[in-house]
Design a protein around this ligand. Sequence first.
Ligand code: SAH
Length: 215
Amino acid sequence: MDLSAQRAKLIEHLVKCGVLKTKRIVDAFKEVRRDLFVANETLQYAYHDIALPISNSSTISQPSTVAIMLELLQPYQGEKILEIGTGSGWETCLLSKCVGEKGRIISIEIDPEVEEFARSNIKKMKLKNIKTFVGDGSGGYSKLAPYDKIIFTAAIPKVDQTVFAQLNPKGRVVAPVGGSLLQIMKVFDRVSETKIEVRDYGTFQFVPLRGKLGY
Ligand code: SAH
């Protein structure tokens, strides 16, 4: 089966099992080809529902995990979103499609080589609403705050006030929180100036966050 048929089959599977639900997120999956973001050596596995290595400490995330996170984040047209852990840039481009031309995606990656890989991948998509940076995003990226939403694509021990302070009113953070081996997916909603509501969504395994507030 060629890659485009495999892509259609994977998306159909994610929709059928209820992981992908929202039309604009399903459309983003259709528009952003994962095979453009994987390492050459793993091209044949681009549409297997597994994470794939892109460097010693980075992976392109598993498609079903990305779908779950985007469904929890609910990126809307026009929003400004911070992604911490650019990785391959695949999820960055999915987010970009969801927020549309009037939205903005800011993505920060700690590993300069991975950021360069992501930038060259993102270029292929000709998207104008993405900015990537090299740096430690464990405490967010206050320079360009506030954000409507913040997504951590690496495991984090704890989301703290430094990050919540970078959210707009009614803002949301989605992050895998816990130990470096196993985490719980958490959704944090800013419901007032001082109050954050938290919901839990199952266990996951992400690469650990490095940097000041990492492991
Ligand atoms: N969603 C991405 C996968 C990202 S893997 C994709 O599908 O391609 C997590 C990424 O977080 C790795 O690239 C890792 O280098 C990066 N990372 C780890 N600690 C970080 C930190 N403190 N700040 C920014 N990025 C970090």
